[in-house]
Design a protein around this ligand. Structure first.
Ligand code: COI
Length: 407
């Protein structure tokens, strides 16, 4: 059994400010965490201790054609609680339903939470498959580190997730292009209103059968670049998957939609560097101004960009096809230059939910710029090839180390 680092305890002055009930809780927590500092607490999410409570009222399945992203949930969910006394407790698969959480839980007040997005697929032999799941759990720990949430046990969490998938296997859509979207989430359950490191936490996974992310399916979108709003900045949280990064995007996203665009292209700095698009990483396939050679351009992982699993997969695939990938800071000016010079070949966003999202136009400073699209494909040729290749790997049609069968 591994040992967790001792949890940070509250200072007397910060504890003094809280209500009577919370004060007691804080005292109890700090006393216990001091007294158990030398006691092994579990950093293991032990699949051998997992219990399953089957849902007594399984729901009727929604026909695939009626699925809307993130609206339908399976019959079960996975829950694992962390306390400073015991560390990670016994994992539980329980009927999908409301969580029991103290209203003082600091995740509800200070956004002390992070999440992941991943998908499970059913292959032609009815095996359950996951796509590079270890990357999601590794990234969740990088988010946890930034927020001082307890680290998850990456192997244990995966094994428990696999049990959830076996329990809810009948919910995994049996059709190419459809999958079970998984939402592992890690929240502070610490009942304390002081702005302080969390001591108690909850890890849970809910699951939702999905088809295409956009109601329009694999259709090209129009982006709006407006420097008025900024997604992330150096030293911030742009490189982790915390809810706050998404909360701040909702108003600008509505503004973009009201102006006739589907997604917002995020800019940063006085020179308007392009960072991300909506909730995705952004790629441009263009001819280099310097060399005239084709290159795939995307922003670098400089601390402001989410290290997307799809982003990484696209970069690796493109390089394996001999494409020059340039992960470097670039500005909206460079993008518009490429469009104006006829050097822009195509553009797309990448993310777990949409996988690949082709781009057909870009609005900036009151003017719209067309991005080339192959009309027959409804996307650029490379965009289309990447989307097909990734899906064939995800559904196990093309054997690849990235796609793992759940045993
Ligand atoms: C993704 O596609 O990776 C996302 O994070 C989208 C999700 C927030 C709906």
């Amino acid at each position: 059994m591994l040992r967790n680092k001792p949890q940070a305890t509250k200072t007397k002055s910060s504890a003094r400010k809280v209500t009577k009930l919370t004060k007691k809780t804080v005292k109890r927590v700090s006393k216990r965490s001091q007294s158990t500092a030398a006691t092994p607490i579990s950093s293991i999410m032990d699949v051998n201790k997992l219990t399953i409570t089957h849902n007594p009222k399984p729901k009727a399945k929604v026909p695939l054609k009626d699925l809307k992203f993130g609206h339908t949930f399976t019959d079960h969910m996975l829950e694992i609680d962390f306390t400073p006394e015991e560390g990670w407790g016994a994992p539980r698969i329980v009927p999908h339903g409301p969580l029991s959480l103290d209203p003082a839980a600091s995740s509800l007040h200070y956004g002390l939470q992070c999440f992941e997005g991943m998908k499970a697929y059913l292959d032609d032999d009815k095996n359950i498959r996951l796509f590079r799941p270890e990357m999601n759990f590794k990234r969740m720990n990088s988010s946890a580190d930034r927020l001082l949430l307890p680290r998850i046990d990456e192997n244990g969490a995966l094994k428990c997730l696999e049990k959830l998938l076996q329990t809810d296997k009948s919910w995994i859509p049996d059709q190419y292009g459809y999958s079970l979207y998984l939402r592992p989430t890690l929240i502070s359950a610490t009942p304390f209103l002081g702005v302080a490191p969390p001591t108690h936490a909850k890890f849970f996974v809910i699951a939702s059968p999905v088809g295409p992310y956009y109601p329009t399916g694999f259709a090209p979108v129009k982006l709006l670049a407006d420097p008025q709003y900024v997604r992330a900045w150096p030293g911030g949280t742009g490189n982790i998957k915390c809810g706050g990064n998404y909360a701040l995007s909702i108003r600008p996203q509505r503004m973009a939609m009201e102006r006739g665009y589907q997604q917002l292209l995020w800019l940063f700095g006085e020179d308007h560097q392009v960072t991300e698009v909506g909730t995705m990483n952004q790629f441009w396939f263009m001819k280099s101004k310097k060399t005239g050679q084709e290159e795939l351009v995307t922003a670098p992982l400089d601390g402001t960009i989410l290290p997307g699993v799809t982003r990484d997969s696209v970069i690796k695939l493109a390089r394996s096809w001999g494409i020059n990938v340039r992960e470097e800071a670039y500005t909206i000016g460079e993008v518009l230059d490429a469009v104006n010079d006829g050097r822009m070949i195509e553009a797309f966003g990448t993310g777990t939910a949409a996988i690949v999202s082709p781009v057909k136009a870009l609005g900036f400073d009151g003017k719209d710029y067309d991005i080339p699209i192959d009309a027959a494909l409804n996307a650029g040729k490379l965009t289309n090839k990447i989307a097909d290749t990734l899906q064939d790997i995800q559904f196990g049609k093309t054997p690849h180390e990235w796609s793992k069968v759940v045993m």
